[in-house]
Design a protein around this ligand. Structure first.
Ligand SMILES: NC(=O)c1ccc[n+]([C@@H]2O[C@H](COP(=O)([O-])OP(=O)(O)OC[C@H]3O[C@@H](n4cnc5c(N)ncnc54)[C@H](O)[C@@H]3O)[C@@H](O)[C@H]2O)c1
Length: 293
């Protein structure tokens, strides 16, 4: 979709971080935007910060609840008469040894990160196919391409988003929906509030995986996020991917070798090694893992 001006983008997780940066980039391209988020106050604040004249609609939406995502599509149609881009971006993080993750943690993370994207695709793909034009951007992560330690629940959700996106692109091609593009966004560390995702966790008696980590590890993770890429750089890559119909969006090209090393091991029949992302859990500089048993 080379020309974005005058078109409409729907973004989930739009109140913060990468989602808000994508909204700002789309507005700069002359698009109307539908901003969806579970955090009502943060959403209104984010919309109020857009430049004068921005055409923006805010919708409070929990992407883990499929009918609310259908309602988001309907709200876009009602306000703008349609939509051309959807960014299924809302996401939450989890951490800690995989054997300590509670059922609540699995339900929450898979509900937002994976079911949220599934619902976004189900709500918007038929609309885009019917109108012969559209682009679906699904936010995964480098965690969707490798299996870094202490991020197991998150890894499972993001690997799901990658394969869902690859399958979607293949199926659109098979039905001849040439006007509908797909991208899967796989960032490395980006300076956002992702490490504070527990702020949106439904009430639970179970500790979060992050709460099972010791303080040193939590500080370490906050530090790598703080040192990450600026969200506006990620948003510029997304705009470029939509315009050039690029599928894989890897924000940290110097991390790409982690993906090829994993694939080489699979093909060679070798066992996995600790795939620590740079300065991430499992890195030599990270605090040691406590079995917590
Ligand atoms: N920051 C990173 O280093 C990084 C790296 C790779 C991938 N990602 C992915 O980027 C996406 C955006 O995260 P971010 O880094 O901007 O974090 P963020 O916390 O700054 O923004 C996430 C937004 O999603 C919203 N959200 C949470 N649960 C929701 C729900 N149930 N329904 C609707 N909205 C909900 C939050 O309120 C928040 O505004 C996520 O999918 C995340 O997994 C982030």
């Amino acid at each position: 979709m080379e020309e974005l001006s005058g078109k409409v983008a729907v973004v989930t997780g739009a109140a913060s971080g990468i989602g808000l940066a994508m909204v700002e980039a789309f507005v700069a391209e002359g698009m109307g935007v539908v901003m969806a988020d579970i955090e009502a106050d943060a959403l209104e604040q984010a919309a109020a910060g857009l430049p004068d004249g921005a055409e923006a609609l805010t919708v409070v939406c929990d992407v883990a609840d499929a009918p609310q995502v259908d309602g988001l599509r309907d709200a876009a149609i009602e306000r703008f008469g349609g939509a051309h881009v959807v960014c299924n971006n809302a996401g939450v993080s989890a951490g800690g040894p995989i054997w300590l993750a509670s059922d609540d943690e699995w339900d929450w993370v898979l509900g937002v990160n994976l079911r949220g994207v599934i619902s976004g695709v189900r709500a918007f793909a038929p609309l885009f196919i019917e109108q012969g034009e559209g682009h679906i951007v699904n936010t995964a992560s480098m965690a969707g391409l490798v299996s870094a330690p202490l991020m197991g629940v998150y890894n499972v959700s993001k690997h799901g988003v990658v394969t869902l996106s690859e399958t979607l692109a293949a199926e659109l091609q098979m039905v001849g929906a040439e006007g509908v593009g797909v991208s899967v966004l796989c960032p490395g560390w980006v300076r956002t509030r992702i490490h504070e995702a527990g702020r949106n966790r439904p009430p639970s008696d179970e500790p979060t995986g992050v709460e099972t980590m010791d303080e040193g590890m939590r500080e370490f993770i906050a530090g790598v996020i703080a040192g990450g890429l600026d969200p506006s750089d990620v948003a510029a890559m997304v705009v470029h991917a939509i315009k050039t119909r690029s599928f894989y969006v890897l924000t940290h090209p110097d991390w790409a070798h982690f993906v090829s090393e994993r694939t080489d091991r699979i093909v060679a029949g070798e066992n996995p090694v600790v795939a620590a992302l740079p300065s991430g859990p499992g890195d030599d500089d990270a605090p040691a893992l406590d079995a917590g048993a």
